[in-house]
Structure formats: C-alpha cells, structure tokens
Design a protein around this ligand. Structure first.
Ligand SMILES: C[S@@+](CC[C@H](N)C(=O)[O-])C[C@H]1O[C@@H](n2cnc3c(N)ncnc32)[C@H](O)[C@@H]1O
Length: 237
C-alpha cells in the first residue's frame, strides 16, 4: 500500500492540498480563453484540487493517482458538486488513452516520486499523450530544496524522504516517499521534446483558510521547486 494512502486519510494534508495552485488557475483561464484546449490530464492528482477546478470551468478532465484514498475523496468531492471527471487509481505510467489524446496536462508535485530513470520514462509518456502544441505544467524539486541530500540515497540525486515536510503532512511528512531533485540542466534535458515557455524556481506555497482572513498562502521555507510550463514540439514541423 502506498504511503499516500495514509497521508490522504489525514485532515491536515487534505486541507493543505485542497485549494488550487494559482499558476494552475491562471493557466486554466488562458486555456479556456484560447478555445482550443479541452481535454486535460492531471497526473498524480491527489484528492483533486486541480481536477475539481478544471471540471468546474468546463474542461473535459482526466486524473490518475495511485492512492485509493485520494481517488475516493476526489470522486466524492466531484459528486458533491455535481461535477464530472474521469479519475482512476493507477501508477503514473498507466495512462490508458491513445497517443495525442490530451490538449493539456498538469503534473503538480507528483512525477518525481521515483528515480531519474522513472521520471524520464513518465516525461516520455506525457509527451506521447499530449497532442502537438499541447501544453503542460510540471513541478519538480530542485537541488536547493531543503530535502535534497537527506534520507537514504536511492540513486543519483534521488532520496527516500526522512519525513521533513512535517508542516505539509500532519504526521510523518512524506517519510519513506522517494524524491528526485533536478538541476536546471536536467530540467532542460527532460523537456527536450517541448518548447519551454516559462521556467520558474521558487518555494512551494500551499493555502490554508484562516477565519476572516480567508485563504492565506504559506510559503514552505526552502521547499524549492522548478515550475515548468511547456508546449509539446510539433514533430512534423
Ligand atoms: C504532493 S501530492 C500532489 C497532489 C496533486 N497533484 C496536487 O497538486 O494537489 C503527490 C501525489 O502523487 C501521487 N503519487 C506519488 N507517486 C505516484 C505514482 N507512482 N503513481 C501515481 N501517483 C503517485 C500521490 O499519491 C499523491 O497523491
């Protein structure tokens, strides 16, 4: 059973991961306005904050996650709002749709939970499932992240988390979950089949609701991630 199975059973974790990331909100608005982005895939969708947001804004949404709890919570959330999306439980490589199915993809804090080799494989799959000109937002931990180099080393720049994200997840804080940390060069290599539109390096922010203050975005100190927005290169051009 995945560690994420336990993580998503905790109220604290669900709360921190229930408000959509601002960059996803901005991208969704841009995609909507373009009139050509309809079918969106969310890999490692968790409890579905982005699935939910995208479905609410009229996209045809598909989401996968290997945590059964996450998928169950995601489905209940969608049903409670009479929204629909295709969500399934599976490993991130299992995208049961043909080549070039999707106009866009979100892979937010998900596809780096393995070695570089696995990450490279999933980037290949993402490239295959996006149509030419399709766009993606992918986040990847950087080597300036405070978790870099901590915990058991599984391979070059990949570590089993010793549980340092205690503020993000209420008990063990991703203890035992593998993370691969990327350099800028590695990011550029992973996106060789794409045109990188923007490449940001910043601390992760997660939202919480604080009484009258409403939604407050909390930066997680030294939780540095790359945020890549990229367009799939037209292979026939
Ligand atoms: C940090 S959470 C992010 C969830 C969501 N993308 C979001 O932004 O709210 C990472 C998610 O990736 C999922 N995940 C990790 N490894 C996975 C794998 N090998 N296959 C499928 N999902 C995976 C976890 O179950 C978890 O729900």
């Amino acid at each position: 059973m995945s560690d994420w199975q336990d993580i998503w059973e905790q109220d604290g974790a669900r709360q921190m991961w229930s408000i959509p990331d601002m960059q996803v909100v901005e991208l969704a608005a841009k995609w909507k306005k373009s009139g050509v982005m309809h079918r969106v895939l969310d890999i490692g969708c968790g409890i579905g904050r982005h699935v939910h947001h995208l479905a609410k804004h009229g996209f045809d949404v598909y989401g996968s996650d290997h945590s059964e709890s996450a998928i169950r919570i995601c489905q209940q959330w969608l049903q409670s709002q009479t929204l629909s999306a295709e969500v399934w439980c599976g490993e991130m490589e299992e995208i049961p749709y043909p080549h070039a199915t999707f106009d866009a993809c979100v892979a937010f804090n998900s596809i780096y939970h393995g070695t570089y080799c696995r990450l490279k494989g999933i980037m290949k799959i993402l490239h295959d499932k996006l149509r030419n000109g399709g766009e993606c937002l992918v986040t990847l931990p950087s080597r300036e992240n405070r978790m870099y180099g901590r915990g058991e080393c599984l391979g070059p720049h990949t570590y089993l988390s010793p549980g340092m994200y205690d503020k993000l997840f209420s008990h063990d804080g991703e203890r035992g979950v593998p993370h691969h940390f990327c350099s800028r060069e590695e990011v550029e290599r992973l996106f060789a089949g794409f045109h990188i539109q923007t490449l940001r390096h910043e601390e992760l922010r997660l939202a919480t609701v604080r009484g009258e203050a409403g939604v407050v975005w909390l930066p997680i100190p030294k939780a540095f991630f790359w945020r890549v927005v990229a367009t799939r290169k037209d292979q026939n051009a």
